[in-house]
Design a protein around this ligand. Structure first.
Ligand code: M6R
Length: 598
């Protein structure tokens, strides 16, 4: 989704800082970019459709674009196609007001009609453009820039993070409602952004804005205020990860780096929460929470983690159910005694926020299970459990899925009455090194190469390996653009088998040699009989290898952690398939890292 950067106090480095910030926001997904700078020459706006390099080219060609404060934006199209005109920043009729926006202004059409009737002319198809024209109206009425911006924001319905600059004013003006915004505080300079990586190189001190808050950034520093202009005291927090964590560290892609970061991410997730000697799990964040039932709400990859988590909880006797967040938001089940867990890497996904808000409105207690410290979900829910994976830049979620699965194992141990399961604790302890073993020894690249020309890729699994199949397919389709589907193995012969041919490889996860494994091997034989290449993802305990054309090994461990490890192999197959096809792995077409509109 769109990304915002802004800065004050960076002197002659203002433009460089903005463009650097935009490059750090690229991962969110975008199709045009632009900057607005205020300096002695008034307001200068430069914007271009396409990649950031197009904007860089335009800035080089123009020469002399400079200023002492400014804002920048990466746009992910919602209202109108990705053209130069629709790129942000947007301006008013005088060209003195520049605005960038993340979110959707729901009443923009009526505002636009009103402004056009009053003589304003519009240059773009966007909802955003009403804002600079509203600010212009306020300025014409004699208000100063800050008052005009407040007045304009008061007219808006919808979700927005807004930043505004005005020629002749020494401030960047900011407002937040339902879209993330964070300030970066440095000595002599202040930044604002949709996400910390945009300015992490310059400072680790941050202030998270809440809904309904305004901020003014100027040479004297920063001030946060409410809708009436009253100052709000905010705490300055410290980010616990380094700027290098948002670089590629020598890997070709963020996705591959993040796949390889999983041992560390999982160690961080477990640290201080598992007492191996005592055989106990503690999630201090949850206090003495003892839920009678749990609803897990999530989208995309996080939904697959939620399905996995609901199975763990059910198996241990805690009634639990996973829901698509968008469905939960519009038709929540009536039981308000459930603990509602929002599972979300970003903590900003609009569907999932909408679901946790619905739950709160209905009187349910809520827990955010998220990776993003200070995210909206983390701040709104009654409890928060961080998965501690570190920043994830690749659009395709990898290490955070493993982190969610691991944290859900911890939650299950805590939520289940009675002592923790020592076998699970032992398997969790070994999880980081088991993951490393896969990363060191995987033959996924060879498998990807040999199956590269396939028509489609199918993934099957039972019980805990069903969400693994769903996630394996989602990863494959997201980054390779190939047709891929995940099926519950038991459903195969009830329809999907019709799709299976000699050119549709089937990835089957088979763990142990119990009934589930035996039944899945039965499915493997069914697809083998239809000439489909079989890839067994297995610990080798059963004899599934006999029926497989390729084998992706996972260490022999507890079925709960085997489902985490099997996914690592599938991540690697998708990654290498996409790499060999020359896809845009970290920024797949049409996708955004954090989907902040419903
Ligand atoms: O930030 P969230 O975990 O709430 O995001 C949910 C989905 O948008 C996300 O998992 C999406 O499916 C990813 N692209 C998966 O790789």
């Amino acid at each position: 989704m769109c990304g915002i950067i802004g800065c004050v106090g960076c002197g002659d480095q203002t433009l460089t800082t903005l463009v650097h910030g935009l490059s750090k926001l690229e991962y969110r997904g975008y199709d045009s970019a632009g900057v607005a700078l205020v300096g002695d020459d008034g307001l200068q706006v430069v914007k271009k459709a396409g990649e950031l390099d197009s904007l860089r080219g335009e800035l080089d060609a123009l020469e002399g674009v400079s200023g002492t404060l400014g804002v920048g934006h990466t746009r992910w199209s919602t209202h109108g196609p990705p053209t130069d005109e629709n790129a942000h920043p947007h301006q008013d009729c005088t060209g003195d007001v520049g605005v960038v926006h993340n979110g959707i202004i729901e009443n923009y059409q009526s505002l636009r009609d009103e402004l056009e009737s009053a003589g304003h002319t519009f240059e773009s198809d966007t909802d955003t453009e009403v804002v600079p024209h509203l600010v212009e109206e306020g300025l014409e009425d004699g208000l100063d820039a800050e008052a005009a911006f407040r007045e304009a924001v008061s007219r808006l319905d919808g979700a927005f993070a807004l930043a505004c600059v005005v020629a002749g004013s020494d401030a960047v003006l900011v407002a937040r409602n339902d879209s993330p915004l964070v300030l970066g505080i440095d000595d002599g300079a202040t930044y604002l952004a949709s996400d910390v990586p945009a300015f992490r190189e310059f400072t680790d001190r941050v202030v998270y804005l809440d809904d309904g808050e305004f901020a003014r950034l100027d040479a004297d520093g920063w001030r946060v205020s409410d809708v009436k202009g009253e100052t709000i005291e905010k705490s300055v927090e410290t980010v616990e990860w380094d700027a290098e964590d948002t670089g590629k560290s020598g890997y070709d892609h963020f996705m591959l780096k993040e796949i390889h970061e999983q041992p560390r991410a999982l160690r961080q997730c477990l640290q201080g929460r598992v007492d191996e000697l005592g055989g106990t799990v503690t999630l201090e964040e949850l206090g003495d929470l003892e839920p009678d039932r749990i609803h897990l709400v999530a989208a995309g990859t996080s939904y697959h983690a939620a399905v996995y988590g609901s199975q763990l909880l059910q198996a241990d006797g805690v009634p639990a159910q996973a829901f698509f967040a968008h469905e939960y938001a519009s038709s929540p089940p009536p039981d308000t005694d459930a603990l509602v867990v929002g599972v979300s890497q970003s903590g900003e996904t609009a569907d999932t926020l909408s679901a946790t808000r619905t739950a709160r409105r209905h009187g349910a207690e809520t827990l955010a299970l998220t990776n993003t410290v200070g995210s909206t979900m983390a701040r709104e829910c009654d409890h928060v459990c961080y998965i501690r994976s570190g920043p994830e830049i690749g659009v395709a979620a990898t290490k955070t899925f493993a982190g969610q699965q691991t944290a859900l194992n911890l939650l299950t141990q805590v939520a289940t009455p009675g002592p923790s399961d020592r076998d699970v604790i032992e398997a969790l302890r070994e999880l980081p090194s088991d993951t490393q073993e896969i990363l060191d020894e995987s033959n996924a690249e060879t498998v990807a190469e040999e199956l590269l020309d396939s028509d489609a890729y199918f993934f099957i699994g039972r019980a805990l390996n069903y969400p693994v199949a769903l996630e394996g397919a989602l990863k494959m389709k997201e980054i390779t653009y190939k047709h891929a589907e995940g099926f519950a193995a038991g459903e195969l012969k009830h329809g999907p088998l019709a799709l299976v041919t000699g050119n549709t490889p089937v990835f089957a996860t088979v763990v142990g040699d119990g009934e589930l494994a035996r039944k899945t091997i039965g499915n493997v034989k069914e697809v083998e009989a239809r000439d489909a290449p079989v890839v067994a993802v297995t610990d080798g305990v059963s004899d599934v290898k006999r029926y497989a054309d390729h084998v992706l090994e996972v260490p022999d461990t507890h079925p709960r952690t085997a489902a985490i490890l099997a996914n690592v192999q599938l991540q690697l197959v998708s990654y290498y398939t996409a790499a060999k096809l020359g896809r845009s792995i970290d920024k797949p077409r049409n996708l955004a890292k954090s989907v902040t509109v419903e």
